[in-house]
Design a protein around this ligand. Structure first.
Ligand SMILES: *[C@@H]1O[C@H](CO)[C@@H](O)[C@H](O)[C@H]1NC(C)=O
Ligand SMILES: *[C@@H]1O[C@H](CO)[C@@H](O)[C@H](O)[C@H]1NC(C)=O
Ligand SMILES: *[C@@H]1O[C@H](CO)[C@@H](O)[C@H](O)[C@H]1NC(C)=O
Length: 220
């Protein structure tokens, strides 16, 4: 069963799915190269709205690193790092390298996901109150990477869809395959730019919902 639900709420849409999470300890809202996050530890945004940690969705035994919205009883998932590369029977660890690459390793030290960033000086990862995980240079404040540029199935206030000319990324939503598998399913929600730009919900190659022409200003 595909799961992509869009709830129009003023000028944004939010999608939530259920999961179970084991919480052990909170390690603040930032992460530096000397600090790792292992399964059971979480980062919490400073106002407590979002957390970053490991979880198993639905009936899955796989572990994923994700950002969860703490305001709902079931702590719904807002973003998943290793959507297509689950940790299979292995405890993961999130490390930040000294030159600014945020890497997710399995228990044998194999990199299963990374931000691919490099050449940074004094990098720090921070989970913001918006639910955005940002990787910045502490001194210059230069933005190296942000989770909002890599949407999953959830659009949070402050996220934008469509092309980002700075990063040359086309940001769009894709459904989960099922409530136990966050890998991309059949549905995606994407800015269509052939004629007048508009957001279109697709199932495979079939458009099934259109928002009407888009004013180019983003959703928020
Ligand atoms: C991850 O970071 C910890 C310390 O922060 C370090 O001990 C460990 O070796 C790192 N793991 C890898 C695979 O780089
Ligand atoms: C996880 O490992 C088990 C046992 O090796 C295997 O049967 C299963 O297919 C693996 N699952 C994934 C998602 O790699
Ligand atoms: C870590 O990932 C590598 C590559 O997929 C795999 O060969 C290895 O078995 C994994 N380690 C564990 C403990 O799952």
């Amino acid at each position: 069963m595909d799961t992509l639900w869009l709830f129009p709420q003023n000028k944004f849409m939010v999608l939530f799915l259920s999961f179970n999470l084991f919480i052990v300890s909170i390690v603040g809202d930032t992460m530096t190269p000397t600090k790792s996050i292992v399964d059971g530890q979480i980062l919490i945004s400073s106002d407590g709205t979002f957390e970053l940690g490991f979880f198993s969705p639905g009936d899955s035994n796989n572990r994923y690193l994700g950002i969860h919205y703490r305001g709902t009883p079931d702590k719904t998932v807002a973003w998943v790092a290793n959507r297509i590369s689950p940790l299979n029977g292995s405890m993961g660890v999130l490390n930040l390298t000294g030159d600014g690459n945020l890497v997710l390793l399995n228990s044998t030290g194999y990199i299963i996901w990374s931000t691919g960033t490099t050449n940074a000086i004094n990098p720090v990862a921070q989970l913001l109150d918006s639910g955005n995980l940002v990787l910045i240079e502490r001194t210059t404040k230069k933005l190296l990477w942000q989770s909002f540029d890599h949407p999953g199935n959830t659009l949070l206030p402050g996220m934008k869809l469509g092309w980002d000319l700075r990063t040359n990324l086309n940001r769009y939503l894709t459904s989960w395959k099922s409530s136990s598998d966050p890998s991309p399913g059949d549905y995606y929600y994407k800015l269509h730019t052939d004629a007048v730009p508009e957001l279109v919900l697709w199932r495979g190659f079939v458009p099934i919902y259109r928002t009407g022409p888009w004013n180019g200003g983003g959703l928020v």
